[in-house]
Write a protein that binds this ligand. Structure first.
Ligand SMILES: Cc1cc2nc3c(=O)[nH]c(=O)nc-3n(C[C@H](O)[C@H](O)[C@H](O)COP(=O)(O)OP(=O)(O)OC[C@H]3O[C@@H](n4cnc5c(N)ncnc54)[C@H](O)[C@@H]3O)c2cc1C
Length: 504
């Protein structure tokens, strides 16, 4: 069996012989030979029995980071989370209205129930809707019963969209998406989902009715919001089927998604990590303003948008070309939420407003949901360049635009309701995120998300830097479930690295 990994513990190096050797006592200074090649100073240490001597930093206090940290903390490791912002939760961001109801500016639905450990956690935490809070229209999406086809649509100029047309176009759209999952068709696919949909739409052009083009384009925009891209031409047609839809409905959490993130270890807030130096002697985490923290291991849970901007300078030594390429080729777009509470009762999803050219540019070709989760709110998902435009606008402009569309669409009887409160996200221009969630980019391949996940190994082949976060899950990327599972995985990888060292 191989002997003698060496790692940095605080300022002292410690070593261990795997197999018949033991870790020497606790925090003294003992000089040992390491295979004749390396000398190190051992603290007196009971590594192997005492995990509290293994120092772990987790970068990022989102769901992935907190999950990994909680796991390791429960195992007895010395864990600290380091977070750039002043809050934990990351892309889970629950605000509350005056009556304490949850308003989600990030993750909103638990996608799927079957085999989804996060759904189970949410159930245990009691944050899922009570039976009387369930939207009767919130039905399972499936091929024959397309969710989007069942909603009622009105144009922003007030024209009702015929329900039959909506149902037909939405169903057709879904059938095109389903075709992308057909393995037999793979070799003849164009590179992007956008190209494929346009091609299939043209092939069906003879049956196009007066509103079909608007419905089709708006549904494409909606699909961008679902995929997390700016444009469907950025999404790989060949790897579109890499995402596993878990069975069961998409469930919101009126109790607040924030409850899914419950850190049990210390968090250092407002410490933006700017560099991670790593090697056989451990990890040094450098923060803006030249603070630094040393540890034995680090788990990096940075959003893909942040990694894309920093990948060539953030790690020292730098990550491999393959990893840098994977980070660049995975897609990451901007999806924002704009939520306005008004003094009007919309009831259940009473109308979806398909914003056409009569609406301000940042709203065009998107859907405004009136009476979504709550009956007195309108909710808008806006993406790509339109999201960036919205992020640049003042609050009063955004509010006025929303109210005007409510008026022109006739949804509120031709009057502008009074606004009560506006919430909106700015994920695109927030440098800590650089966008919202990931998708398979046109230049990605089936290994992309796995390559992002790959730990960095030192010259002894020992993993030093582990990766977690939604963009490291090969089949559930973009979701909270991916973040949660990736945190569990990274904690497991670290645990088994340490266990291998101590011969457990
Ligand atoms: C608008 C929107 C809607 C969504 N809807 C859903 C949904 O309905 N269902 C679903 O399952 N998922 C949804 N998601 C995705 C889901 O929110 C994410 O997949 C998940 O929360 C990501 O968790 P994470 O831990 O991987 O990353 P994050 O939550 O992004 O955590 C990363 C943390 O790192 C911190 N950080 C960044 N840079 C630094 C730095 N340099 N130093 C230190 N800390 C840093 C950040 O502040 C953040 O706290 C949505 C996301 C958005 C934005």
């Amino acid at each position: 069996m191989r002997c003698g990994f060496v790692f940095q513990h605080g300022l002292c190096k410690v070593g261990r012989c795997v197999g018949n050797q033991l870790w020497l006592a606790r925090r003294g200074s003992v000089r040992v030979n390491y295979h004749g090649a390396e000398r190190c100073t051992l603290p007196v240490h009971t590594m192997g029995e005492d995990r509290s001597d293994v120092k772990v930093f987790v970068v990022g206090a989102g769901l992935a980071g907190v999950t990994a940290a909680n796991e390791l903390q429960a195992d007895g490791y010395d864990v600290t989370i380091i977070e750039a912002s002043e809050r934990f939760g990351g892309r889970i961001w629950t605000e509350r209205d005056a009556s304490g109801r949850a308003v989600e500016l990030g993750a909103t639905w638990l996608h799927g129930k079957a085999g989804n450990p996060l759904f189970k956690r949410a159930e245990k935490l009691g944050i899922l809707p009570r039976p009387d809070e369930r939207d009767p229209e919130d039905v399972d999406r499936n091929e024959d019963n397309d969710y989007w086809g069942l909603l009622k649509y009105v144009r922003s100029d007030g024209t009702l969209l015929p329900a039959d047309d909506v149902r037909r176009v939405m169903k057709l759209f879904r059938s095109f998406l389903n075709e992308l999952k057909d393995d037999g068709a793979k070799s003849s696919l164009p590179s992007s989902v956008g190209e494929y949909l346009d091609q299939r739409w043209q092939e069906n052009a003879s049956s196009i009715g007066p509103f079909d083009e608007l419905i089709f384009q708006a549904r494409k925009e909606l699909e961008c919001g679902i995929s997390g891209c700016d444009d469907l031409n950025e999404v790989s047609a060949r790897h579109f089927d890499g995402y596993d839809e878990l069975d069961g409905e998409n469930t919101p959490a009126p109790g607040g998604m924030e409850k899914l993130v419950a850190p049990t270890c210390p968090i250092l807030y407002q410490k933006e990590v700017v560099k991670i130096q790593w090697g056989t002697s451990g990890v040094n985490i450098v923060t803006r303003g030249n603070g630094s923290y040393s540890s034995d291991y680090v788990i990096v849970t940075l959003p893909l948008g942040f990694l894309k901007q920093t990948v060539h300078s953030f790690f020292d030594p730098a990550v491999s070309e393959a990893k840098a390429k994977a980070i660049q080729s995975a897609g990451f777009g901007v999806v924002d939420k704009v939520i306005l509470q008004v003094d009007y009762d919309f009831g259940y999803n009473s109308r979806v407003i398909a914003c056409d050219s009569s609406a301000p540019t940042w709203m065009q070709n998107s859907f405004l949901y009136s009476g979504g989760t709550y009956h007195d709110t309108v909710e808008f998902w806006v993406k790509g360049s339109r999201a960036l435009e919205m992020e640049s606008l003042q609050d009063d402009v955004v509010v006025e635009d929303l109210l005007e569309v409510l008026r022109t669409s006739g949804v509120t009887g031709g009057v502008k309701p009074s606004p009560k409160k506006l919430w909106r996200s700015k994920w695109g221009t927030n440098p800590l995120f650089g966008g919202s969630y990931s998708f398979p980019g046109v230049n990605s391949d089936e290994q992309t998300f796995l390559t992002i996940q790959d730990p960095l190994r030192d010259v002894d082949s020992r993993c030093r830097v582990f990766f977690a976060g939604e963009a490291t899950h090969p089949s559930l990327y973009s979701t909270m479930t991916a973040a949660y599972l990736s945190g569990m995985r990274a904690a497991g990888e670290l645990r088994s690295t340490v266990d291998t060292l101590v011969g457990r």
